[in-house]
Design a protein around this ligand. Structure first.
Ligand code: ZN
Length: 138
């Protein structure tokens, strides 16, 4: 028996070669639960893409971006503040997921440890984020 919430455990459970359990430590005894909803388990641990939670479809996004008029005062900063618009209809609820998708799709290096935000306007929602300058090629 192994423990941990990784992809390998999920895949073993999917193929039926092992089962996933959750242990709930109690005062007198520990309760053992069998995880029977693998789909929910995978989404909760970020193993499986969750479109509802992240607001993001698993596709190549139709992205427009522009430098913001603020936050780019330091030309030597490795990061650039940009406004991102998604023409494909996706919304960003989870920046980490979006960052991973953009890294795969365009090679962007999105800063996920700093604040980000969204603003609505006549042209739709814009998402402000910081992206490493050199990675912004397209
Ligand atoms: Zn999209």
């Amino acid at each position: 028996m192994t423990h941990g919430a990784d992809r390998a455990a999920y895949e073993r459970a999917l193929t039926g070669s092992s089962r996933l359990f959750a242990v709930w430590p109690g005062e007198w005894s520990s309760h053992l639960f069998v995880i029977d909803d693998l789909d929910e388990y995978a989404k909760a641990h970020g193993i499986k893409h969750d479109e509802v939670r992240t607001g993001l479809k698993e596709h190549v996004h139709d992205v427009r971006w522009e430098e913001t008029s603020y936050g780019n005062d330091n030309p030597r900063s490795p990061y650039l503040s940009i406004d991102v618009s998604l023409d494909c209809g996706c919304t960003i609820h989870d920046l980490r997921t979006f960052a991973a998708q953009m890294e795969a799709q365009r090679g962007w290096d999105v800063a996920t440890s700093v604040g980000w935000g969204s603003s609505g306007g006549p042209e739709g929602t814009k998402y402000g984020m910081r992206v490493r300058r050199k990675s912004l090629t397209g």
